[in-house]
Design a protein around this ligand. Sequence first.
Ligand code: N01
Length: 545
Amino acid sequence: MSEQEEFDVIVVGAGVGGLYAIHRLRKLGLKVRAFEAAADVGGTWYWNRYPGCRCDVESLEYSYSFSDELQQEWRWPERYGTQPEILRYINHVADRFDLRRDIEFSTRVKQAVFDGATNSWTVKTDTGKTVTARYCIMATGNLSTPRKPNIAGLDSFEGKWYHTGLWPHEGVDFTGLRVGVIGTGSSGVQSIPIIAKQAEHLYVFQRTANFSLPARNMPMPAEKERTHKAEYPERRRAAYDTPFGIAGHPPPVKSALEASEEERQSAYEAKWAEGGSISFLYSYTDLLLKKESNDTAAEFVRRKIRTTVKDPKTAELLCPDNHPIGTKRLILDTDYYETYNRDNVTLVDIRSKPIQEVTPAGLRTADADYALDAIVFATGFDAMTGAMKEIDIHTDAGLSIQAKWEDGPRTYLGLMIAGFPNLFMITGPQSPGVKTQMILSCEQHVNWIADCIQYLRDHGLTRIEAEQNAENAWVQHNNEVADRTLYPLANSWYVGANIPGKPRVFMPYVGGVPAYKKKCDEVAANGYEGFCLGTCAEEQRFAAN
Ligand code: N01
C-alpha cells in the first residue's frame, strides 16, 4: 500500500453520533480518525443557528447516557434546550473526553472506495487527503443536507437570503426589514415568532399547513432536575422500552374511539396544557394507526387554531387538512399561532397561488408581488439519504451507493448495506433513529457497531457484509410495519416528498425502539445473523450459500 495514513476506523461526521463513536471505539484501543465538514463539533446543532432553534425533546432526555458523571454534572437551564445551549453541551463533551484530537475539521469526505483485496476503505477528502481504514462509519446525519427550492430569479434578488440549516454564525438582525419566510415545518414554525418581533413586516409563504403544539418551555424546575438525576439509570433503561425511546410518559391504554367525546376533549386539553408531542400522541393507543381516532385529535388542534387566531380566513389557512396529525413530524412551538394576530404578519397561501419567481425586489406569486429585503428558506433537507449520496461511495466490484439507492434506501437494520462490506451507518434509513430520541439511537447504534468490530477482531475476521436476503427481508418488514400505520399518508420528508424527483419510499423504521433493539441484540447474539463474516470475499460467498 502507498504511504497513505492508515487507521482502524474512519468516522465521517462529528455530530452526536460521530463523537460518541470516537469515544467508544477509542476505548477498544482502535485507531480512529474522524472527518467533519464544519469547523467544529455539533452536526445539526452546529449548522442550525436560526432564531428560535430549540430541541423538541426535553433536555434531561436529549443528552448522552454513556457517562453518569456527565449526566449528573451538566445543568440544563430550560425544559427544552436551545441550540446555543445544546452546542455548548456538545462542546463540553468533546473537551471532557478529549475527542477533538482525532477529528479533522473543515474537511469534507468526497469519496470512499472499498477494496476487496485488503478489506479496507480508502477515503478522500476535499483537502486532498487520502486515508485508509478497515472500517468506515457514516455518522453523516439524517437532516444534514439543506435544500432550497429552485426558484427562478434568486440570483437577481437585491436583498439577502438565508437557509435555516446554514444560518450565519454572527446571526441576522431583521429589525426594520420586510422579510419573507418560505416553509412552515419545524424550522419555519420555530423562527417565525422571533423574526416577527424584529421585522417591519413578515410574510409567511405557506404551501402546507402543519400541526403544531405548544412546547410550554420553562426554566428547569429544581425539583424536576433533582428527581430526574436521582433516577437517571432507571429512566435511561426504561427509555429503551418505549416506542420513541423517551421515558416518563405513561403508555396509553385504550383507543380514542372507546372514549366519549367529553372524555377525549378533557384528555386532549390536559395534554395541550402539559406541552410536548409524545405526551399528546400518547393520549390513545391508535392515534397513529386509525384515521377515525386520529381525526378526533386533529380536530381538537384545528379548534385550538381557530380560537387562537383572530382572523377567520388566516385561521382556516393555518388548519392542516391534507394529512393525519403526527404523520409529519409534530411541531412544538412557542406562540406560533398567536404570531398571526400581529399587525406586521401576513400569511400567504402558496398552495393555491404558487411562487412563480424571485424578482430583484422580492417574490412574485401567481397573483401578487411582495416587496422583500430578506428571504428565509425554511425548506428543509434532502433527508436520510442526501448526505451519503453526496459522497462518491463505491466498491471495487463496481457498486455505487447512488446506483444501489436509486429507487430509495435499502439496508439491513439501518446499520449496513448489502454489497458494501465494513461500512456502517449510525441511525441510517430503515432504523428508528429519526422517530426516537436521537441521542439514545446514536448510542445504541454505536454500541452495536463497537461490539461487532470487537467480535470480528476476537474471531480473527476482517470483513462483514449484510446478506442480500437479510436486507430484502428487512426492507419488506419496514414497509409492512409502516403500512400498518398512518405515516405513509403524509407528503413528508419521511417519504422524500419535499425533494422533487426523490423516490417516494417511507424511510424510517416505525416498529418502535423495543422491537428494533431486540432484533439488533438477537442478531448479534446469534453470531451476526444475516451478515456474512469472513476474511475475504470468496470465504464470504461460501458462508452465504
Ligand atoms: O423542514 P421540513 P424543517 N415551495 O421539511 C416547505 C427536524 N427539526 O427544516 O410541506 C414552498 O419539515 C415545505 O412545504 P411542504 C425535525 O425532525 C427539528 O422545518 O413540502 N414551500 C415545508 O413547509 C423536522 O421535521 C427541530 O408542502 C416549500 C417546509 O418547507 C426536520 O428537522 C427543529 C418548498 C419544510 O419543512 C425538518 O424540519 C427544526 C417549495 N418549493 C427541525 N419546498 C426541533 O427539534 C419545501 N417547502 C424542534
